[in-house]
Write a protein that binds this ligand. Sequence first.
Ligand code: ANZ
Ligand code: ZN
Length: 821
Amino acid sequence: MDPERYDPQQVEPKWTAAWEERALYRADENDTERARFYALDMFPYPSGDLHMGHLEAFAGGDVIARLKRMQGYNVLHPIGWDAFGLPAENAAISRGIHPKTWTRQNIDTQRATFQRLGISFDWSRTFNTCDPDYYRWTQWIFLRLYERGLAYRKASPVNWCPHDQTVLANEQVINGHCERCGHLVEKRELTQWFFRITEYAQALLDDMAELEDRWSDKVLTMQRNWIGRSVGAYVDFIISETGQTVRIFTTRPDTLYGATFFVLAPEHQLAEQLVAGTEHEAAFRRFRDTVDRETEVERLSTERDKTGVFLGAYAINPVNGERIPVWAADYVLLEYGTGAIMAVPAHDQRDFEFARNYGLPVRIVVQPEGEPPLDPGQMTEAMGHEGVMVNSGPYDGIPAGEAIRRVTADLAAQGRGEFAINYRLRDWLVSRQRYWGCPIPIIHCPSCGEVPVPDDALPVPLPDDVADFRPKGESPLATVSDWVNVACPRCGTPARRETDTMDTFVDSSWYFLRYTGLDPERPFDPDRVARWMPVHQYTGGIEHAILHLLYSRFFVKFLHDLGLVGFREPFRALLNQGMVVMHGAAMSKSRGNLVEPATIIDEHGADVARLTMLFAGPFEDDVDWADVSPEGMARWIHRVWRAVRGAADSGAGHGGASDPALVRHAHRATQAVSDDLERFRFNTAVAKLMTLSNDLADAVRSGRGSATEQRDTAERLVLMLAPLAPFVTEELWHALGHTESVHLAAWPGYDPELVRVERLTCVVQVDGKVRDRIEVTADAGEDDLRALALASPKVKAALADRPIARVITVPPKLVNLVTAR
Ligand code: ANZ
Ligand code: ZN
C-alpha cells in the first residue's frame, strides 16, 4: 500500500470482516468484573435503505458505545428491526410483493449498510419484531394485560383513516390528518381493543422525577402535557324532566353559582335520549351530522364560532336548586372528563363565547379585589380566577381559591359531588384492521365469548397465504378461512380468531428487554434484565417524544407490577438527535434532494460519512446537509493519516528536541475531548482533534518534539478519534505498531499537572485609574476579561452607574473601562 495515500475503500471492508470474525463488539454475559453499560439506539423501521436521520442517530449512538467500551465498560449495543407496519403492506398492494419479502429485503439492505458504516453492534442478539420467536412474546404480554383487565374491547368512536382503511390512535392523528398518508381522519363507531394506560397516568407523571436532567425538558414537558392532569371536582346535576343524575367535571367548583347553562357533548347518550320524540329532535340530528364531520381540532379551535342546539330540558344546580337549560355543543368533547359540563360564561372563555352567540346569561361570581364591580353587559371576555366570591350564597366574601376547597367538601358531604383528578390521556387503542402486524391472541366463541389463546398455543401465527392484502374495513386476515376458523380452546365448539392485529407501537414497547438475551422460554430472562437494565443511554429521534417513550414506560411499569423487572423506568438517560434537512427542507425523493448514507460511503468511505455528520453541528440541533463538506472531511482524514504515519516513522529517529508545548496540547486535548464526548458534544470534539492533528503534522514536519512525544501525541489522536472514525484509526493503530484492535484499547488519561491552566493577575482600570486586580486564566479572551471586570464590586463602585464609552483590553493583563464624559 502507498503509505502516502489512505484508501478507505480498501481498508474499511478489511476491518469490517476482521471485527466480525473476532466478534469484537459482543457484550460479555459472563464478565463479573467490568461495570455494564447498555447503549441503546432506537431500532429502525425497515423501509428502503438507511437514511440520513439514521446515519446521524447511529453515528452518535456508536460514539457513545465505543467510548464506553474504551473506558472499560462491558457494553451492550444491540440492534434489531421494528418490522411490522403499514408500508410493507402498501408495498404488497402496489407492487404485488409479499410484505414479508419486502421487509426481509429491506432488513438485509439496512444490515449491510450498518456493517459498512462500522457501527459496533452485537449482532449475536438481533431480531425482528415480525419473527414468530419475538411476536410470540408480544402476544404473551398482551395476555398478561388481558388477565388483569388492562387489555379490553369496547365500542367507541374511533379515528378512522378512509385511505388506509384503519383506525388510528389519537397520537397518530396530526392536526386531524392521518400521520401516515395525510388524509383527513373521520370518526367511526367501532369495537376496538384498548390498553388501559390511563391506569398508569399518575405513575407516568410521578416517575418522571427520576428522569429530570437525564431526559430533555422538552420531552418531559411534552409527556406531561400529553398526560394532562387536571384537579377539580365531579358535581352531580339532576335533569329536571327525567330525574336522571348527570355528572360533570370542573376545575372550578367555586363558580357553581355562576352556571347559567349546561352542556352535553353531542355524542353523549343523554343528548339523544332527551330529544327523542320531541320537537328538538330534528334540529339535534342536523347538528350532530355537522359535528360528526368536524375533527377534534376544529371543534376545539379558538378561532371558530362555537355552535350548539338547545335540547329542551333543564338541569338542576345542586348548590342553589336553579334550573338551567341543557344544550349540546361542539366544544364539549365526549372523551374528556364526563362529556358534560356546567357552563360558567363569566369565567370560562369558551362558555363566554357560546353565551354571546346564543344570548345566554352571564353571571359574575368571582370579583377581583379592589376593582369596580364587574358588569356582565360590558365584558368582552371571560374573567380569570383571582378574586373573592360574590353572588354565591354562603360563600360570598371568601377568596376563590379557598372556595374551591369549601364547595368541594360541602358537595362531598351532601353526596352530590367529590374531589376529582382528570387526565387528558386516553386509553391506548391498539387494534388495527391490517394484515402485517402481530395477531391478537383471542378467540371469539359463540358460547364462551372472548377466550384467550392458552400460553402453550402461542404464537398465534400470522398466516402467509392471504389472497388479498387490500383493506376493506375489516382485517385481510378475516378472509383466511383455515386460519380464522378454530375450535374454542375452552369448549371446543367452532369459533373464530380475532382478526385485528396490534399497533406496531406494541411491538416496540418491550424490544429493549429482549436484547438482554434471546430467551427461548420467556420474553426475557429477569436476571439478565436485572444485570443490564435500565438502559444507560438511549439515543433516537425527538419524533418519539410521546408515543414510543410513553408506551415503553407504561409497559415497564406493568412488567414491574408483575414482578418481572425491578425498575419502573426503562431509559435512564435519553439523547435526541436533530433532523437532517437539505437547504432548510426535509429530504425526500419527490423533492429530489435526497442524499443517502450508502452514496456517501461509496464516495468517501464510512469514516467520512460519520465524521461529516457528527461535525455538522450540535447533535441535538438540526443539520443542514447543504452546509457540510464530506470532501473537506476526507481531506482532513488524509492529513491525519500522513501526520500519524509521520510520527510512527519518527520512531526511526526523525524526532527533534523535546517540546513541552506539544505535550501540553496533547494532554489538554485529551481532557477536553473526553469531556466533550461525555456530554455528546461530538462536533466540538472533532474540532479539537483537528487542532491537535494540525499541531502534530507541524511538529512532524519541522522536527518539533522528541520521537516519543510525537508518537504519544499521535497515539492520543488515534485513540480519541477511534469512536468517531473506527476504520482509519484501526489502520493507523496497527501502523503505530500495535497488534491488538484500537477498539479494545483503553481510553487515554492525562496528567493533571499538564492540563492545569495557568492563572494570571489582570489589572482593571476605570478611566485609567487602577480599581481592582482580578485573577484570570492565561487564555482568557477580550470578552471574558470585559465580563470579569464588569462583575467586580470594586469596579462597579468606581463606575457608579456611569455609562461606559469604550473598553480597552490587553489580554490577559489589562482592562481599562473608559466612561462617557
Ligand atoms: C366550569 C368552569 C368554570 C370551568 C371556569 C373552567 C373555568 P382542563 O383544565 O383542561 O382540565 N370541561 C370539562 N369537561 C369538558 C369536556 N368534555 N369538553 C370540553 N370542556 C370540558 O379543563 C377543565 C374545564 O374544561 C372544566 O372546568 C370544564 O369547564 C371544561 F371558570 O367547569 B370548567
Ligand atoms: Zn367456547
